[in-house]
Design a binder for this molecule. Structure first.
Ligand SMILES: Cc1cc2nc3c(=O)[nH]c(=O)nc-3n(C[C@H](O)[C@H](O)[C@H](O)COP(=O)(O)OP(=O)(O)OC[C@H]3O[C@@H](n4cnc5c(N)ncnc54)[C@H](O)[C@@H]3O)c2cc1C
Length: 398
């Protein structure tokens, strides 16, 4: 009998974890199943590009995982029972239950409307492909001079506002931020950001706390109205409710609380990575929802699972930040160098070189997912063949 590893979600982190597990463990000992709702990989970091009409390279999982030993299951996850160690899924053939010995939970996140009235009815989101495609269709119907207001001055908001303004110079693009524009960046990064926003003619509403969205405007806490034929809502991400409905220890927001090996602190046969996980990073700060920390977290989880199954050494790689890569349209960007715990330092790369650098980062991230077992030395270790008392074929070590 094989040890059954199920990976839920084939986004950046789930796909990477599944590929790395396949490289680390012997195929005869372990069955790795990767469950995803969609048949192809979605490059979430390019959703603002998709929204303005750019087409993304198709990346079918059937090609990406061919010959890797990872079995693909195209189905929607509807629930997890961590006491019975089962996952409920639904596909074209109906409902099914999958049993696991080890679970990797990497279902990612979606947009976070934060309960602001009118968002569900009127706002657009770019955290998902359906959301980006809906915005694309809506932008296509806008006439010259109409307003697009992006709410949220974080990384996604900056990228969305500049991408839209560059692709549609005929539109009147605005950005509403809670603080000052790019206030967490270094003076150089901030200065460049402002220059690009000015060049692209983006109106910036600073210290704007948006508390309502209507069909043609957003309203602020202090009673101002900002015109918005289209509102793009980018105020952070929210995790899917599946984990919160389990017996797993989760945060108030529903992220699974994990230790340094990405293992659930309440259920040792469950690991969580990416946006779905709540893991402490440097400076005792939780890792931010990003590929930047999600990718090394996925490596860490896969290596920890392999080590525990084979009796190897547990990985102990501290996950740290190096830079924040911000595209500002296709021709401009800011690479803000940061401390290990993600605070801006003085140095920043700006301009066209930064845009090229960011593009290389996006390409590299997609390459890592599209070639899940390439570029990684094969070290397929045998699983310790100690019989488990119930359910699983092998007993995990440590
Ligand atoms: C516009 C935009 C720009 C960004 N730019 C950057 C950036 O420059 N740098 C950076 O580090 N981060 C960036 N991010 C954040 C980054 O995209 C996320 O942090 C990252 O995608 C998280 O990876 P993940 O594997 O946790 O989740 P995801 O990539 O979201 O993958 C989750 C997977 O689970 C699947 N799934 C979800 N629910 C179910 C279900 N019920 N059943 C089956 N399958 C399901 C999804 O289809 C998906 O394949 C950006 C995000 C956006 C939206």
């Amino acid at each position: 009998m094989q040890h059954r590893v199920i990976v839920l979600g084939a986004g950046y982190t789930g796909a990477i974890a599944a590929g790395r597990l396949a490289k680390r463990l012997h195929r005869e000992d372990v069955a790795i199943t990767l469950v995803n709702a969609e048949p192809d990989f979605v490059e979430r970091v390019r959703m603002h590009q998709l929204a303005v009409g750019r087409d993304l390279k198709p990346r079918p999982f059937s090609e990406m995982f061919a010959g890797t030993g990872v079995e693909l299951k195209l189905a929607k996850v509807t629930g997890v029972d961590v006491d019975r160690r089962t996952v409920a899924v639904m596909d074209g053939n109906g409902a099914e239950e999958l049993e696991y010995d080890t679970l990797v939970y990497s279902l990612g996140s979606g947009w976070n409307a934060q309960g602001v009235p009118g968002t569900a009815e009127h706002a657009h989101e770019i955290a998902s492909r359906p959301g980006a495609l809906r915005l694309r269709e809506r932008l296509g119907r806008l006439e010259a001079g109409q307003t697009v207001t992006v709410v949220g001055g974080g990384l996604t908001g900056l990228e969305a506002a500049t991408e839209i303004a560059e692709a549609r110079p005929d539109l009147d693009v605005a950005l509403a931020a809670r603080g000052d524009l790019g206030d967490w960046l270094s003076p150089k990064g901030r200065g460049h950001l402002r220059k690009v926003f000015d060049k692209l003619g983006i109106t910036v509403h600073e210290h704007a706390d948006i508390t309502g969205v209507e069909a043609d405007r957003v309203t602020t806490a202090d009673g101002k109205a900002i015109p918005a034929a289209v509102t793009v809502w980018t105020t952070g991400f929210a995790v899917h409710p599946i984990a919160k409905a389990t017996a797993l220890e989760v945060t108030g927001a529903g992220q699974i609380v994990v230790d340094g090996t990405m293992r659930s602190v309440s259920h040792p046969d469950v690991y969580a990575v990416g946006d779905a996980a709540y893991a402490m990073g440097p400076g005792d700060k939780p890792l931010r929802m990003s590929c930047a920390s999600g990718t090394p977290a996925a490596w860490q989880a896969a290596d920890a699972i392999a080590a525990r199954l084979t009796g190897g050494k547990l990985p102990n790689m501290p996950i740290r930040y190096f830079q924040q890569c911000i595209s500002l349209g296709r021709k401009e960007g800011v690479i803000q160098y940061v401390t290990a715990d993600d605070r801006a330092v003085r140095a920043a790369l700006t301009g066209q070189l930064a845009a090229v650098y960011k593009e290389l980062i996006c390409k590299g991230a997609a390459w890592g997912v599209a070639n899940p077992t390439l570029g990684l030395p094969t070290r397929r270790r045998r699983v310790a063949r100690e019989r488990a008392t119930a359910g699983s074929a092998v007993k995990t070590l440590a």
